[in-house]
Design a protein around this ligand. Structure first.
Ligand code: F6R
Length: 256
């Protein structure tokens, strides 16, 4: 595992950009896994700027998002579909048919989840999965207690997650109760993981992820088992770590 700690969110986002931009340049048809939420916004802003400067070409890039709320149509301002178009896709030359997000409006969620997994397989698997971490240690919407071998499926959101996301909906009541999410098993099949965490609210979850025992109660701890997990933290998110992860720093692994 490679852990890098940055003074602040902007330097963390700059590093995330370097990593993603390098992959896109080396492998123009790469398959990227995207996350939503506040944390990757600095990265997405930089990807848009990189495209505008002519540094990046997304025309062959294929994308899969981690999750989507059940019951929100793609046009809903809080749907993750809308979030991705608003913050990234509409500003770059991505081919819309290369963009994949779970659809929270389908009748048969089980069939849809199997189809989503099949699309990932057909694309050749995910080269680099971008991840955030919830204050409760969730990865995507794999809430505490999620099977560490889980696949894409419907999950009930925990109260903690609905509380954390109430800021986007105006109230906790308005946050949907269910989401479709890639499973932990699905995420672990990505060739590389790039997990970003910023701010003091994440410090306990980050400590549990990096220094705690692997447990289904903190799904992010599974990254300890991934061969190419790269974790970028700002100083606040790293503030509860006991071990000095800089001691163990190695050269960033190469694209493969
Ligand atoms: C979003 C997702 C979530 C977030 C996590 C952190 O697609 O899968 O796991 O990454 O809840 O959210 P932020 O970045 O808003 O703190």
């Amino acid at each position: 595992m490679l852990v890098e700690i940055f003074p602040d969110y902007e330097t963390l986002s700059e590093r995330a950009y370097e990593i993603v931009a390098t992959l896109i340049r080396r492998k123009p048809n790469c398959v990227l896994g995207f996350a939503t939420g506040s944390t990757p916004l600095g990265l997405y802003r930089r990807l848009v700027e990189g495209y505008r400067r002519g540094e990046l070409d997304f025309s062959k890039v294929v994308t899969f998002n981690l999750d989507e709320y059940v019951g929100l149509p793609p046009s809903h301002p809080q749907s993750y579909h809308h979030f991705m178009w608003e913050n990234l896709f509409q500003h770059i030359n991505i081919n819309p048919s290369n963009v994949h997000l779970p659809n929270g409006m389908v009748d048969d969620i089980e069939v849809h989840c199997d189809w989503y997994e099949e699309q990932i397989r057909r694309a050749g698997g995910i080269d680099l999965q971008i991840l955030g971490i919830g204050p409760n240690g969730h990865l995507a919407f794999n809430e505490p207690g999620s099977s560490l071998g889980s696949r894409t499926r419907i999950k009930t959101l925990s109260q903690a997650t609905r509380r954390a996301n109430a800021r986007f909906f105006g109230s906790e009541e308005a946050v949907p109760r269910h989401a479709i999410t890639m499973g932990i098993g699905t995420i672990m099949e990505a060739r590389r993981l790039l997990l970003l965490a910023s701010g003091r609210a994440k410090a306990r979850a980050v400590r549990a992820m990096l220094e705690g025992p692997i447990s289904a109660m903190v799904s992010a701890t599974i990254v300890q088992l991934h061969r190419y997990a790269h974790v970028l933290l700002d100083a606040e998110a790293a503030s509860e770590l006991a071990y000095n992860h800089h001691d163990g720093i190695s050269e960033p692994f190469d694209v493969h």
